[in-house]
Each structure stands twice: as structure tokens, then as C-alpha cells.
Design a protein around this ligand. Structure first.
Ligand SMILES: Nc1ncnc2c1ncn2[C@@H]1O[C@H](COP(=O)(O)OP(=O)(O)OP(=O)(O)O)[C@@H](O)[C@H]1O
Length: 506
């Protein structure tokens, strides 16, 4: 039985053809992965199915009935549930309060069923804003499943999940399909595709580049996604994409003195205890240090201490001998400290402002004339060059950030921080989250190049394979403490780190 049939679906924004005559058939009882480069049209497709966007042309049917939702409510009523890239929960309310907003009957019994059948238990009494992103994502998924949808659409749900949570989610997708429903899963992680999908469709530039694909190997899918053979991509990508082979960075001698030093940093938790406890970390010029760990073990706070969003209760942050513990963000930028926050949408950029302004946030002074007027023309022409260099797919430098696809917003934030001159230290949280295969390759290359040019680099990532391929040393965050550094190239490093991540001692 066909769950969802899409025919000739198009969506244009001015001159941008986000979707261009897309046909797609999703069978009931299957998990159907949708793949494609950043800006290929995947989210637009999800929005059309979820009723949050009206297509310019085309038609859909759901389980044999004509389906043209004009708003999300109509999609929900038809049995379609969505999990979008951006969170839809009210962060000041508790999980239970958020779920009660759905007004479904027998909430307690439904929650119990979800916990039993899919292992999806959620902390009902905690305030959403206090939860790590991975747990928030789980609540989003529970919210979507509470109505027992016939079709579940997930737009890149696994980016913020740890390995155990990804496993649980993929199992959930499988079970929904086995129960007769259908799942559309948008992901960049080819490892996940191989594990869970029955069929895949690849979009490229708003068009279908491959449909009904059942050969789900990376070798088959990557060329369709990026429009060129896969063999010129670096093997280091395997870790990020969740493919099985793990490539580890060769050991290098680091002989310079540290340029970034965190000394005895502690951040207390409002209710008692610590978010960060006596953290020491040194990074030398040219060195790449990774922070592994299940999300919510202090990584967010560590990045916030570096960006200045959080002043620690104790300890110091020193960069090239300068005490930056309490410095303003502008001072940090001037000192050469670039920070890519994990929540690019809320902390990394200003969605209402244009791309050029976002690229030069914190350095707008360089484009001020007579201290007041902003020379937008000069800024936009500089921005055009950056957009080209970083392969950012955007209508132009004057387009608002909100018109860019998620992955392209991430590229803007990275490009801005990598462009600091001098770049003494780069601290990047989840730098490849949401990026397509080609962009991951480019970003990992740029991070390595920044280190080769002398920057000290700190990378926080939930992908252990990515950290091992990129980093010289890896520390593990667990309950606010950092472990001893483990040399990525040391024998058994992977298993040792994986153990430390779940709190076992080395
Ligand atoms: N509101 C908008 N105004 C103008 N252009 C838009 C708007 N929303 C999306 N676009 C454009 O539509 C195209 C498709 O975007 P979409 O978000 O669907 O891509 P995607 O495949 O989901 O990418 P990603 O993997 O980065 O999330 C992009 O070129 C994007 O810039």
C-alpha cells in the first residue's frame, strides 16, 4: 500500500526553485530516507508534507486519499507527524506541560506505551530549557508519536543525539514501519541510511537525482548527492557519516607551549553540584583537541565559558598569556578566539539579519565609515567572496539568514569564525552537524588547515569517529569533569574513550 504519493511538487521563492517537480512514493511498512546536499530542498519537502508550507505546484495523496494540508493542524488531523530541525517545544515549560498542550486523551497511558514499545522515556517534571539538546530531541519525537501517526516525517533528527539515542531512534523508526506505518527520514549520515532504510531518494538542486534506491551503499549514494564520484573525498569522512571504518589521525609530536589554558574552571549548577568541576585544559598552537562525551556532560558550558556567554564561578581562561575569563565577546574576537556555538540558530547567528552582516558580526567596525555609517556595499562584496569560497548556497549576501537552509547557516557561522585574523584559537561545537558529505569534507579540511597555520583548536563532537580522525588528543566530558587526554593514535583509544563516555573508569 502506498502511504504517501507526491507528484510534480514545486516550490519557488522568488527566483529560487527550492523544489522543482519532485515525485516521491513512500510505501507503508517502510523507512524511506531522503538525502541530498545542503539546500537540496529536503526541509522544504518536509514542510510541504507537514502543512507548514503551500507548494507552488504539484499534488499529494495519503493512503490513497487526496492530501493538500494548508496548515500543520490539517496534516496532524490526517495522521502525519513531523519532527523539524528546529525545536517546537516551549522552553520555559516542563516536559509534561508541553505534552499537555497537545490535548490528547489518556496521556499517561500513551506515554507508558511509548516508553515500553520504543524505550522513549522522558523526564516529565524537568523544564525543557534545562535539558540537553539530545533529551529535548527525544521529547520532540515523543510529542510527534503521541498522536500515533500513520506517517512520521523526521527532518535530520539525529544530529544532536548520542550513539545510544540514535540506536533507539532508528529502532523506533523500524518498529513504526513494522507496525504498518511509514517513516520519511531526512539524514546526512549514510551509516544510518544503511542501517535503517528500505528505500532512499536523493534530491539535488530541488530535483530528484535518484528515486526508489535500494542499493544504499555510500558508493552508490554519494555521487548522486554531490554530482561527482565519491573517490575524491577524504577517508576521514567515514567517522562523521557514521560509516563503519574508523580512520585515526596519525600521531604528531606537539612541542610548543600551550596557547590556550583553562585552569581549574568550575561552574556551579543552580540547584547544587557542578556543571563544570575543576576543569584544566591546555592546547598548543597547531594542536587539535577533541572533547568527546554524551551530550549534557558539561560540553555546552565549556563552550559558553570560552565564548563569554558564561562567567565561571572559579578558574581562569587564558589565551596567549591574556586573561579572558571575564572579557567581552568583542575582546575575545580581537584576541583571536573564534567560537562556533552548538546551537547555531539561537546563539550563532541572527536569523533576521542578512548573510553579510552575519558573516561580519563582531567585526562590523571594519566596515564603518566615519565611525557611524556601515559601508554595506563593501561588506556585501567581501561577503560574496566568502560565500563562494565556502560553497554557501544562498541567494546572495543581502538575503536574510532565515532564507538559508540549516546546513548553509552552519557554513556561515563557521566561515565567520575561521576568518578571524589572527585566529589564535578556534573552539567549535559540533562543527559538521547538519552538513552534507561534501561540506563535511571541506569543513574538516579547513579545521585542519587552521591548525596547520598555527591555531589551537578545540572540537566538541558527539561523533567519536569524527574526533578520532581529526584530533591529536581527545578528552572525555563526564558529569562536568574532563578525563585525562587520550592520544587518538594510541592503541585502543576508541574503546577507552567509549568507556569513559558512559562513566566507566579507564
Ligand atoms: N524562506 C525562504 N526564502 C528564500 N529561499 C528559501 C527560503 N527557504 C528556503 N529557501 C531556499 O530553498 C532551498 C532549499 O532549502 P531547504 O531548507 O529545503 O534545503 P535542505 O535540503 O533542507 O538543506 P539542509 O541540508 O542544509 O537542511 C535553499 O536554496 C534555500 O536557500
Amino acid at each position: 500500500m502506498i502511504a504517501l504519493e507526491i507528484a510534480g511538487l514545486s516550490k519557488t521563492y522568488g527566483s529560487v526553485r527550492a523544489l522543482d517537480g519532485v515525485d516521491l512514493t513512500v510505501e507503508a511498512g517502510t523507512v524511506h530516507c531522503v538525502l541530498g546536499e545542503n539546500g537540496a530542498g529536503k526541509s522544504t519537502l518536509c514542510h510541504a508534507v507537514g502543512g507548514s508550507l503551500t507548494p507552488s505546484a504539484g499534488s499529494m495523496s495519503l493512503f490513497g486519499t487526496r492530501y493538500a494540508p494548508r496548515r500543520p493542524k490539517e496534516a496532524i488531523a490526517a495522521g502525519v507527524a513531523m519532527v523539524h530541525q528546529h525545536f517546537s517545544l516551549v522552553s520555559t515549560l516542563t516536559v509534561a506541560e508541553n505534552l499537555r498542550l497537545l490535548r490528547v486523551g489518556g496521556l499517561a497511558a500513551r506515554l507508558e506505551r511509548l516508553a515500553d514499545r520504543y524505550g522513549l522515556a522522558v523526564p516529565l517534571d524537568e523544564t525543557v530549557g534545562d535539558l540537553p539538546l539530545g533529551v529535548r530531541q527525544r521529547v520532540e519525537i515523543v510529542k510527534a508519536l503521541l498522536r500515533e501517526p500513520r506517517l512520521l516525517v523526521l527532518d535530520e533528527p539525529t544530529g544532536v543525539l548520542g550513539p545510544a539515542e540514535v540506536d533507539a531512534l532508528l529502532t523506533t523508526c523500524r518498529r513504526i514501519a513494522d507496525d504498518g506505518g511509514a517513516v520519511v527520514l531526512v539524514t546526512h549520515k549514510l551509516g544510518e541510511v544503511a542501517r535503517v532504510a528500505d528505500v532512499a531518494t536523493v534530491l539535488r538542486g530541488g530535483k530528484v537525482a535518484g528515486s526508489g534506491l535500494t542499493d544504499l551503499s555510500a558508493d552508490n549514494l554519494i555521487p548522486l548527492m554531490i554530482g561527482r564520484p565519491a573517490d575524491d573525498l577524504a577517508p576521514v569522512l567515514a567517522g562523521t557519516l557514521g560509516l563503519s571504518e574508523v580512520v585515526v589521525r596519525d600521531e604528531r609530536a606537539i612541542d610548543q607551549a600551550p596557547v590556550l589554558s583553562l585552569r581549574d574552571i568550575s561552574v556551579t549548577r543552580p540547584g547544587g553540584g557542578y556543571l563544570l568541576e575543576n576543569v584544566d585544559l591546555d592546547i598548543a598552537p597547531g594542536e587539535i583537541v577533541g572533547v568527546a562525551g554524551v551530550e549534557g556532560n558539561g560540553q555546552t558550558e565549556l563552550i559558553h565559558v570560552l565564548s563569554g556567554a558564561l562567567v565561571p564561578d572559579a578558574g581562569t581562561v587564558e589565551l596567549a598569556g591574556e586573561d579572558l575569563t571575564r572579557a567581552t565577546p568583542a575582546r575575545r574576537t580581537a584576541a583571536g578566539l573564534g567560537v562556533v556555538p552548538e546551537d547555531r540558530h539561537h546563539e550563532g547567528c541572527v536569523p533576521e539579519l542578512d548573510v553579510a552582516t552575519n558573516l561580519y558580526l563582531g567585526r562590523l567596525g571594519e566596515y564603518r565609515r566615519f565611525h557611524v555609517l556601515l559601508d554595506k556595499k563593501a561588506m556585501r562584496s567581501a561577503a560574496t567572496a566568502v560565500i563562494e569560497k565556502h560553497g554557501i548556497s544562498a541567494p546572495g549576501p543581502a538575503a536574510p539568514m532565515s532564507a538559508l537552509s540549516g546546513g548553509n547557516q552552519q557554513k556561515v557561522v563557521l566561515a565567520r569564525e575561521l576568518a578571524l585574523d589572527p585566529l589564535v584559537c578556534l573552539a567549535a561545537a559540533q562543527p559538521t552537524r547538519g552538513l552534507d558529505v561534501g561540506a563535511v569534507d571541506a569543513v574538516l579540511g579547513r579545521i585542519r588547515a587552521a591548525a596547520a597555520a598555527g591555531a589551537a583548536v578545540l572540537v566538541v563532537s558527539s561523533e567519536l569517529g569524527e574526533l578520532l580522525a581529526l584530533c591529536d588528543r581527545v578528552v572525555v566530558a563526564y558529569r562536568g569533569k574532563l578525563s585525562e587526554a587520550i592520544v587518538a593514535a594510541a592503541p585502543g583509544a576508541h574503546d577507552k574513550i567509549a568507556h569513559l563516555m558512559i562513566g566507566a573508569t579507564a
